[in-house]
Design a protein around this ligand. Structure first.
Ligand SMILES: NC(=O)c1ccc[n+]([C@@H]2O[C@H](COP(=O)([O-])OP(=O)(O)OC[C@H]3O[C@@H](n4cnc5c(N)ncnc54)[C@H](O)[C@@H]3O)[C@@H](O)[C@H]2O)c1
Length: 352
């Protein structure tokens, strides 16, 4: 099927998990992947050919070394073909005073990003910038267009959900996917599953929250920049899936440095059953942020390659609805999103 050449913007915890995952699953059938084989593509077909960051701990280093500066542990031994040096990007609003202690910018001039993508043969740009770096995310989206690359936006910044960008990518004949990556299994999914099961069994939901604390750089960013946006996206994502009229709150409440890349989520649910009898649930789940995004990213990258093969352009709603929390269009259920994705892979698309 050929290789899928990607360029990564932001060599943080999520990038670390993806890069390690490519090595970990190379020529093996180890467990933990959502779709080992996706329409003939394997995770090992993903080839990182370009890497951009701004941190002095990462710029100028081989990507397999640069990822060691993150909170997520590096647990794999790298194969020699990960020979990609991290280059200096444009800082813009990627770093703010509150996060400078974690991301100390390198004292270097930025490269010409579009030229760099072209010269390295990037087909897909994967944007893994900190949440809230709206100007930087849009800057790199524009550079992707200039270089003729598809763009996957894992951040909560509105790009795929922004009509202006959807039109720009459409006019350039390039796929655009996003926004805000969905985890493989986390508190939002667990929350939706339990609430849905209770509703199916006739339980009336009275109130519920899912709140989390994390220790990664991303959690620090969230506290200062995107707590409100993330709370809106997560709460909406639960309420929209269930269509219930009860107070539901979902979001991040703090940054606890010693947790590293781990996230502790607390779920609280109050329901009423037969004759109003009360059911109360208090659940805790711990996940690891970077790896939790790895499998979904591997799927989304491979389907984006299929979109390129099919010459699909503009916002590709079938991929966004499958892998993202805030897609331009949301099917009613995850099963419908998976069916639409399967049809897309077969080249069947719904008429607008
Ligand atoms: N499971 C997940 O990890 C998950 C799930 C949903 C969404 N996301 C989103 O993915 C994104 C990445 O998450 P992460 O945990 O890897 O973040 P991170 O903070 O660990 O990494 C961000 C990286 O971007 C770099 N950076 C900052 N400004 C830059 C610029 N202007 N140019 C180039 N690089 C720059 C930083 O130096 C850092 O290496 C976030 O927006 C997050 O909301 C992740």
């Amino acid at each position: 099927m050929g290789k899928i050449k990607i360029g990564i913007i932001g060599i943080g915890n999520c990038a670390s998990a993806l890069v390690q995952g490519i090595e970990y699953y190379r020529d093996s059938n180890k467990s933990g992947l959502l779709r080992p084989n996706l329409a003939g593509y394997y995770i090992s077909d993903i080839q990182v050919v370009a890497a951009v960051d701004v941190s002095e701990n990462k710029v100028g280093k081989n990507i397999s070394e640069a990822i060691k500066a993150n909170e997520l542990d590096v647990v794999v031994d790298f194969h020699k073909n990960f020979n990609v040096l991290v280059v200096m990007g444009d800082i813009l609003d990627g770093v703010i005073s509150e996060t400078e202690k974690n991301i100390k910018p390198a004292n270097q001039n930025p490269i010409n990003v579009a030229k760099y993508f072209k010269s390295t043969g990037v087909e897909i740009v994967l944007c893994l910038l900190p949440s809230g770096a709206d100007n930087a995310v849009r800057f790199y989206a524009n550079e992707a267009i200039k270089a003729g690359c598809a763009f996957i936006n894992a951040t909560p910044t509105n790009v795929a959900t922004d009509k202006e960008y959807a039109n720009k990518f459409h006019d350039a004949g390039l796929p655009l996917i996003g926004d805000d990556l969905q985890d493989q299994f986390g508190a939002t999914i667990l929350h939706k599953m339990i609430l849905q099961q209770m509703l199916d069994l006739g339980i009336d939901i009275k109130e519920s929250y899912a709140l989390d604390v994390g220790g990664g750089a991303e959690s620090l960013n969230t506290i200062y920049r995107t707590r409100e946006t993330k709370r809106k996206i997560k709460s909406m994502s639960v309420a929209r899936a269930l269509n219930i009229d009860a107070p539901i709150v979902a979001g991040t409440s703090d940054w606890v440095e010693f947790l590293g890349n781990k996230r502790n989520s607390m779920l609280w649910i109050v329901g009423k059953g037969f004759m109003g009898s009360e059911i109360i649930m208090d659940i805790k789940i711990q996940t690891e942020d970077g790896p939790n995004g790895g499998s979904v990213l591997a799927d989304v990258i491979r389907v984006t390659k299929i979109a390129i093969n099919q010459s699909a352009a503009g916002s590709i709603d079938e991929i966004s609805a499958y892998g993202f929390k805030n897609p331009p269009k949301s099917p009613k259920t995850p099963a419908e999103a998976s069916k639409n994705l399967a049809n897309f892979i077969l080249g069947i698309r719904k008429e607008e």
